[in-house]
Design a protein around this ligand. Sequence first.
Ligand code: DC
Length: 223
Amino acid sequence: MDPRSVIAIDGYASTGKSTLAKMLSKHYQIPFVDSGALYRGITLFALERSFFKNDEIDEYALSKVLESISLKFGFETGELYLNGENISKKIRLPNVSDHVSTIADLTIVRAFLLNQLRHMASENGLVMDGRDIGTVVFPNADYKFFFIARPEIRALRRHEELKAEGQKINFDKVLNNLIHRDQSDVNRKIAPLRKAEDAFEIDTSDVSKDQVFALLLEKIDSK
Ligand code: DC
C-alpha cells in the first residue's frame, strides 16, 4: 500500500473502528486520527465553559470562541490536547458521551472540524475513523470501510472498556447512550451516518478483532 493512501473507517458507535484503525496505523506505519475524539474535545470545552444550559447548547457563545480552540494529537502517543491540556481520559466520561451528539449536530462545529480533519491528510497518508469520513471528509479516500454490529454486543464491549478504565456505570445506561447516539448520527441533517456507495461493509458482531484485521489487510493489499 502506498503510504500516502487515505483509509476511511466509518460506522456505528463502538463497532471497533478505533481499535482496528490503530492496528492498521501500526501495520502500515501511517498516522491514525480518531475524528470522534475532536467532537468529544469540543463537547468537553463547552461543558467546562458552562455553555450548556439545561442540556441546551448556547451556540452563539460557542461560536464566538470556537476558532480559538486548539485541539492537537500528541505525536506518537495519539493523546488529545485541548489548549495544551491532555484530555484523553476526560473525553471518555459519560457526561461527554451524553452531550456530544448535540455538539456534532452544529453546522459551525462540523465546518470547523472538517477543515482541520482535511488538513491532517494534506501531505501524508492516514487512517481516520468516524461517521462521515468516506462520505464527506475524504470522499476520494483510497480505501473505505463501514462497520456495523448489533447494539447489545456494542454496549457490552463499551461497558467492559469503561469498567477497565475504572469508571462505574451500568450496562443499561451504556446501551441507551449508544442507541441515542445512533439515532442522532443517522438522522443528522448535515453529514449523517451512512455507508458510502464504494465502502466495504463489515459486521463485527461475531468476529474477533484479529479476524476483522485479517479481512481489512486482505481488502487493502489486494486492491
Ligand atoms: O467515535 P466516537 O463515538 O467517539 O464519536 C463521538 C461522537 O462524535 C459520535 O456520537 C458522533 C460524533 N462524530 C461525528 O458526528 N462525526 C465524526 N466523523 C465522528 C464522530
